[in-house]
Design a protein. Sequence first.
Length: 229
Amino acid sequence: MFLKERENECRAQRDAFNRELRMQIRPHDDLLLIIDVQNDFCPGGALAVNDGDAVVPVINRISERFGHVALTQDWHPAGHSSFASSHPGSAPFVTIAMPYGPQTLWPDHCVQATAGAALHPQLSTVRAELMIRKGFRPEIDSYSAFYENDRRTPTGLAGYLRERVLTRIFLAGLATDYCVYYSAVDACRLGFEAVVIESGCRAIDLAGSLAAAWTGMQDAGVQRIVDLA
């Protein structure tokens, strides 16, 4: 059984490497979407993702290959409904029912106009043409770059991409199993091609969320590559 699993793992890695070699950036059709590379999601931050700052040099390198780049920024008001501190007696990382569905409660993070909400200081934003702020409505969280967590309220990103005739979205940032995952799946659902660059992402991996995210992305038609050389 172990040998069979190892064989399947090696085949998957080889296939991902081959996709990476074949992947050519289309200057007029492709956009790099950089997800939530903010201080609070990096080591020392309020909701730090393990090794989160390691994505910065990777993203800086690959962004040079794109003619179009956009960013997202988590931008919560103080006392946001997704904060555990807004629900007396509740602890971070538990799930509660909200009017729009299940919601994981988080430590206070990325509060508007704080240092934690700022983009990582070494992240290059020179090539960015658009910034999408999300999570600014007090009553609803937002993981996806395309929709709030009610899955109905749009951010406007889809309209922007269609207006610019950008059809393939490469994603990198934080965190793989939450905002990158939801954004990639929504991109496919809306008719865009979506490609997640694994070396440019890091995960929270809360109770198996990373494995579930990769499965969900695969089922949605999201492509996964290791890197862009």
